[in-house]
Write a protein that binds this ligand. Sequence first.
Ligand code: ADP
Length: 418
Amino acid sequence: MDLWPLWIALAAAAGGAAGAWWSRARTRRETRALRRQIANLEARLEETARHADERWRRQLAFFDHMADGVLVLDSRNRVQLANAPFRRWFRFGDEAVGRPWETLAPPPALTGLIARARQSGRSAEIEFEEPGVERRLLHLVARPFQAGTAPDASAGVVVVAHDRTRLRDLENARRDFVANVSHELRTPLSLIRGYVETLLEGPLDETTTRRFLRTIHKHTQRLAFLIEDLLTISRLESGAQRLQTRRLQARTVAQQALDDLRQPAAERRISLHNDIPPELELEADPDRLLQVFLNLVDNAIKYGRPGGSVMVGGAAGGDEQIELWVRDDGPGIPPEARERIFERFYRVDKARSREQGGTGLGLAIVKHIVQSHGGRVWVESQLGAGATFHIALPVRQPAPRTAVGQATATDHSRPAAG
Ligand code: ADP
């Protein structure tokens, strides 16, 4: 019997089976490889997503730490980003992102600004004063933007809020200062004009003429003091001159001020005492320190008790500091005025200060000089029991110092009443 066809058929079947086995094995291998690739791809995608997430968080943290407020709205007016300053200033919660703009109860002025920017396709800006105690002034600029280059790309709006409160306060302070200066100049000037006009009108007896001339002289001097103090303030603030510091004895500088003010003190029968220990030394600008003593002792004489006493003292404090003080036994300073007397033109008793030839700038100058030495000044007082002005100053000055102004050390006595 011829078995060949059977062998051939068997061989073909075996070959077929082997082929199928190989092919299945290859498919399995390929599937495994594919699975591995998919797993790799997934891991890479996860990694990329994690990186993107981290980058976004970093960017958000960066936005949150900006000084300006930033708000981004998408084309459907949903909040895409509202950084921390923006949320704080407009009292939006942390969950503002993702929410429709109207649901945040935004101020109508801000909604109007955004609508204007959208409609015009151009930047729009407003100044917005935050309600509440702080009355923060914000400058808001809304700018439309196109997310992408396609014509149908969605359009959003970005709003940047810049805090202008400090600028406004400075501007107000400048305006108040100019108004105050004008007022201070106008008063003595109109008095002088009045007296001169009366003198011009007709002959007056010798005694009245002399009295008028004395009054004119007093107000002219007041004007001169005011201008001198204004110049000192202006030089101090512009930093036109450097602090010329050297090691000096506080007692010696204080004594110079007391000597300069001996006459006005005698006029009010006030005795002057220097109790600063001679060993008390510090690094300071002698002219500036003299100006501090002159202004404080001058005040103590002007506002102190007639027939009373003024004492200058000092002691070494901790932390490389020394403390100096000027004490009088006058009427003292009411509690509500103790901070404010260091402001320019602030006076407890306006009429009294003017009568004494005060400019309202003496303590502002003291504060400026003390602060430029890295120190501080404050007052302690009991009504009816006098006032003590304290100055804490560092013993050593870092070199080089910042600039401060020039003070005049001559004729600091103010015109007496009369
Ligand atoms: P002024 O030129 O008016 O004296 P200052 O700046 O030197 O200006 O002082 C501001 C105000 O502080 C004074 O007008 C006065 O009301 C008050 N003051 C200053 N020193 C004393 C003091 N030793 N006793 C009482 N009041 C004082």
